[in-house]
Design a binder for this molecule. Structure first.
Ligand SMILES: Cc1cc2nc3c(=O)[nH]c(=O)nc-3n(C[C@H](O)[C@H](O)[C@H](O)COP(=O)(O)O)c2cc1C
Ligand SMILES: CCCCC(=O)C(=O)O
Length: 379
């Protein structure tokens, strides 16, 4: 177990200027920007290409207006809601994100512990900088394992066995990285992992390419190309469905036809995601595609959304568009950078306050009622 967080979260999270605790998730970004080396800041915040999709994710969420109901008698809504059939403190999970020791020496165990304390699932990346066994030991909360399908199928089988044995409660396979999107910030920075941050779930030495700093090359992209299976098919997904009894989620679906195929294979949920604008630049915003995916498979499986969620209002927007929940990405890394476990916990506490307010202001007694709200998209 990790030691308890040092001091009250607000003090820790206030970081640099000390006198102004964060009042929005964006404030954590500012604290992180001050704390991080520029190359790490760019790796986390950046998208692919000219970052059209990165910006589109925000713009599309901003365009979703939610029509409040009044005189509903709701005083203090519950933020609790089910995800994959289990009640969570919020319909939110921490998105899988690689190499969290880049942000803070406590890395994945700290973020997992913060999620556990906040009562939401933590999704652990295949490319975690801490072994899965140490992460599940660091939190009493649910850990879901995110699978990147490696060229070496023996390693895939090993990861499945280890994550299962370590107590992971669900499996999330990411399908939008046949190759890493071209992230120009990383290319320009010649971004590479420092020696102390490693792909700790892989056998030693399997991440050497990710450490090889070369000007004009993203070492992360070079490693991914060497390690990841580039040509997966629906048969591979069916193999995975056969191989695990854990709830199975597919992350990185945008086309409703793919969501239907995933449901046909028997997955439990799809995550409507464009990888936070880090893969195909020019892919549509997730809030744009969500209603079509919900219409196609929402009666059969759960539909989650990520990419651009930055507030409790954004969670409400996704729910009102028919999602059962969201994944929260970069803000959690920024909060980790700003204040370790306590910073991450402060960010999730803030999100809960914002979500409760958003539910109160729309007359919803709990998140499941947000589905009944009308949304208007456009000006
Ligand atoms: C630094 C970083 C690392 C990421 N690593 C992974 C990963 O290992 N596996 C994965 O499925 N998605 C990964 N993602 C994508 C996130 O899971 C998620 O889809 C995305 O960040 C959501 O968008 P948001 O950051 O705008 O909330 C990563 C994202 C970032 C920013
Ligand atoms: C490090 C390569 C994969 C991590 C990832 O998915 C991302 O950076 O978006």
């Amino acid at each position: 177990m990790l030691p308890p967080p040092a001091g009250p979260p607000a003090t820790v999270a206030a970081g640099g200027d000390g006198d102004r605790p964060p009042v929005s998730l964006a404030d954590f970004a500012e604290l992180a920007r001050r704390a991080l080396p520029p190359g790490v800041w760019d790796f986390v915040g950046g998208g692919s290409g000219v970052e059209t999709t990165l910006a589109a994710n925000r713009a599309a969420l901003d365009r979703v207006a939610v029509l409040p109901r009044v005189l509903t008698g709701v005083e203090r809504p519950r933020t609790h809601a089910p995800l994959l059939g289990r009640e969570q403190a919020m319909p939110v999970a921490v998105a899988p994100m690689a190499y969290q020791r880049l942000l803070h020496p406590d890395g994945e165990p700290a973020l997992a512990a913060a999620a556990g304390a906040a009562g939401v699932p933590y999704v652990l990346s295949t490319l975690s900088s801490t072994p899965v066994e140490e992460v599940t030991a660091a939190t009493a909360g649910p850990v879901w394992f995110q699978l990147y399908w490696l060229r070496d199928r023996g390693l895939v089988a090993d990861l499945l066995d280890r994550s299962h044995a370590a107590g992971c409660a669900a499996l999330m396979v990411t399908v939008d990285v046949p190759v890493l999107g071209r992230r120009l910030r990383d290319v320009r920075n010649g971004f590479a992992l420092p020696p102390e941050v490693t792909a700790a779930n892989l056998p030693a030495g399997r991440d050497d390419l990710a450490h090889a700093g070369t000007p004009g090359v993203s070492a992360i992209a070079a490693h991914t190309e060497a390690a990841f299976a580039p040509a997966l098919t629906w048969a591979d997904l069916a193999w995975l469905r056969e191989r695990t009894r854990l709830p199975l989620l597919v992350k990185g679906v945008l086309d409703p036809r793919d969501a239907v195929r995933a449901a046909d294979v028997g997955v439990d949920a799809v995550v409507v995601s464009n990888h936070g604008g880090r893969q195909l630049d020019g892919a549509p915003a997730t809030a744009t595609m969500l209603p079509e995916v919900v219409a196609a498979v929402g009666e059969r499986i759960e539909v989650l959304l990520d990419s651009g969620v930055r507030s409790g209002t954004d969670v409400l927007r996704a729910l009102a568009l028919g999602a059962s929940g969201v994944l929260l990405g970069r803000p959690m890394l920024w909060a980790l950078a700003a204040g370790g476990r306590a910073g991450a916990q402060a960010a999730l506490d803030l999100l809960a306050v914002e979500l409760r307010d958003a539910l109160t202001l729309t007359g919803c007694a709990d998140p499941t009622q947000a589905r009944r709200l009308r949304t208007l998209t456009g000006d």
